[in-house]
Design a protein around this ligand. Structure first.
Ligand SMILES: Nc1ncnc2c1ncn2[C@@H]1O[C@H](COP(=O)(O)OP(=O)(O)OP(=O)(O)O)[C@@H](O)[C@H]1O
Ligand SMILES: O=P(O)(O)OC[C@H]1O[C@H](OP(=O)(O)OP(=O)(O)O)[C@H](O)[C@@H]1O
Length: 233
C-alpha cells in the first residue's frame, strides 16, 4: 500500500508544514517541475506527497483518499461530522493558530456571555419578530456551540464566505462567528468576543484518516512518531 500524505500547496501553512517534515527526517521533494502537485519523501519508497489547499486536505482526509494530512483543526472539525471518529489528531504543530469565536457589536454593553446572547435571541423574536442572524462560514461549529452547548435555538445562519466581520455594520447579520488571530480585524469592525465565546482554539495539526489497513503498518506509526519527536526537539 502506498501511503499518501497531503501537505498545503499554498497559503499560510505551506512553508511551515514542509519544514516540520524536514525536521522529522522526512525531506520532501517535488516530482517533476516546481509547480507539480505531487512529491515524494527522499529515501522512503511507497510514500507519496499530495499538495492540496488546507480546506481540500480536510475533505480528502474525511473521504479517506489520503492517509495523513497537515491542516487546521478548525477545517477538520467544521468539514467532518464525527471528526474524532474518522480522524486521529496525531500532533499539534505549533503554527497556524487561530480561534473560532462568537463576536458581537461592542456597543452591546449588556451582552458579555452566551447566556446574555440567548436572552437577546429571545428578545429579537418577541420584539422584532425575527431571528438573530449570525454571519459565518462555520455552520457546523456554530450549531454545535449555540444549539448543542448553550441551548440557543432562536437564530439563523447567514452564509458568509469573506469579509464576515463587516456583516453587522452592513446590516446583513447581527453577530458573527469567525476566526481571529491578532484580533485586529474584530477591533477595526467594532466587535468584541463573548467571554465564553471561544468555540475552538485551532492550530495546524498532523491528522490521520482512521483506516483499518493502518493497523500493524509500521510506516504509518513511524511517520506519526517522527513528527512527534521533531516537535519535542
Ligand atoms: N489570520 C488567519 N486567517 C485565516 N486563517 C488562518 C489565520 N491564522 C491561521 N489560519 C488558519 O489557516 C487555515 C486556512 O488556511 P488557508 O487560508 O491557507 O487555507 P484554505 O482555506 O484552503 O485557502 P483558500 O481559502 O485560499 O482555499 C485555517 O485552518 C485557519 O484556522
Ligand atoms: O485576528 P486577525 O489577525 O485580524 O485575523 C483575522 C482575519 O484574518 C482572516 O482573513 P484573511 O484576510 O487572512 O483572509 P481569508 O479569510 O481569506 O483567509 C480571517 O478571516 C479574519 O478576517
Amino acid at each position: 500500500m502506498t501511503i499518501t500524505i497531503a501537505l498545503p500547496s499554498k497559503g499560510r501553512m505551506k512553508d511551515e508544514a514542509s519544514a516540520i517534515f524536514e525536521r522529522a527526517g522526512l525531506k520532501i521533494s517535488t516530482v517533476g517541475n516546481d509547480r507539480s502537485y505531487r512529491g515524494r519523501v527522499e529515501g522512503i519508497d511507497d510514500v507519496e506527497i499530495a499538495f492540496l489547499s488546507a480546506s481540500e486536505i480536510s475533505r480528502e482526509i474525511g473521504a479517506g483518499s489520503v492517509d495523513f494530512g497537515v491542516t487546521g483543526e478548525d477545517l477538520v472539525r467544521e468539514g467532518l461530522s464525527d471528526a474524532d471518529g474518522r480522524v486521529e489528531f496525531c500532533a499539534r504543530l505549533g503554527f497556524g493558530h487561530a480561534d473560532v469565536v462568537v463576536a458581537v457589536p461592542d456597543i452591546w454593553l449588556d451582552v458579555d456571555t452566551m447566556a446574555d446572547l440567548g436572552d437577546v435571541a429571545a428578545e429579537f423574536r418577541s420584539r422584532h419578530g425575527r431571528r438573530l442572524a449570525i454571519a459565518t462560514k462555520y455552520w457546523r461549529l456554530t450549531q454545535q456551540h449555540f444549539s448543542g452547548s448553550h441551548g440557543i435555538q432562536l437564530y439563523r445562519i447567514v452564509e458568509s464566505l469573506g469579509a464576515t466581520e463587516g456583516a453587522p455594520a452592513s446590516g446583513s447579520a447581527d453577530i458573527i462567528v469567525d476566526i481571529t488571530s491578532t484580533g485586529s480585524t474584530l477591533t477595526a469592525n467594532h466587535l468584541k468576543i463573548l467571554s465564553d465565546g471561544i468555540i475552538l482554539r485551532s492550530q495546524a495539526c498532523l491528522v490521520r484518516a482512521r483506516k483499518p489497513e493502518h493497523a500493524g503498518d509500521a510506516r504509518v506509526a513511524e511517520i506519526a512518531a517522527r513528527v512527534q519527536v521533531a516537535l519535542r526537539g
